[in-house]
Design a protein around this ligand. Sequence first.
Ligand code: PMP
Length: 329
Amino acid sequence: MIATDFWDAVGNTPLIRLRRASEETGCEILGKAEFMNPGGSVKDRAAIGILGEAVKRGLLTPFQPGTVVEGTAGNTGIGLALAANARGWKSVIVVPRTQSQEKLDFLRMIGADLRLVDPKPLADPNHYVNYSRRLAEEMGAVWANQFGNSANATAHEMTTGVEIWEQTGGKIDAFTCSCGTGGTLHGTARALKAKKPGVKIVLADPHGSGLYSWVKNGTVSAEGNSITEGIGQASKVPGVLEGAPIDDAVRISDAEALEQCFSLLKEEGLSVGGSAGLNVAAAIRVARDLGPGHRVVTVLCDGGARYQSKLFNPDFLRERNLPVPSWLA
Ligand code: PMP
């Protein structure tokens, strides 16, 4: 198959059988290899979904001057900037300076107009999301608004969810996934539930996020923190996540997530980031709950190289009392 361009090369990622997780649980645990998207993450799907919708609405025209602005933990910005490059548009990407150096460097490398901001609570006017909305207004540019734009979840409903359904031939008992905007979880869940209402949808949440308690008892309440990037919401349920058909939630520690990152890398040759490790740890938890013989699908959101300086840096890990991969110690 020949893809016509970046946009056309997004999606249709393999579903990979995760050997250790499957053996440990007696279930089949499958990871959707989103790190294989051309921009390196699951967020390429949201990026082209959002930009495609902006084209439909006449806000952007291919190869005519145009600018997209977004606040992001990095991956959405990477997807948007590359998709914009492929259509002749500019991108202005607002990122908290706490995100991994690799993501920031990559955004600069691909020509995004990068604006680094200090981390702030969501209610602060200079929180990266609020900052990006203001900037888009001032510039008269398109604001991608991944947290509130329904095109984000729709992209996953039309692609991620449909692909998983087809790749599993409908043999799927549960889907588990963490949530940044909730686009992946909500869209995929909607597509799977439409085909098979009994599929169990489980939110995977890091410490420091209030979404676990929101699913469990309806209140958003957070404690602790996490080194994972791009997932968890401390104080508010993103608009895109609202109404998602979620059956249950599990909370996963950084140590558990890292254990999966390290084992996937060294034992299975799969280099993934922290949210993917957390998702796999959650899939193991869900599989144990269901018992042997079931099939659980999760998402390998992005690749480990994006976090070399953090998750795979012994000094960074030791400072935080986190496990260090034996081959790097
Ligand atoms: N993992 C990573 C590494 C991400 O960057 C993101 C998006 N911020 C997610 C997971 C969550 O995806 P979504 O926004 O669709 O919930």
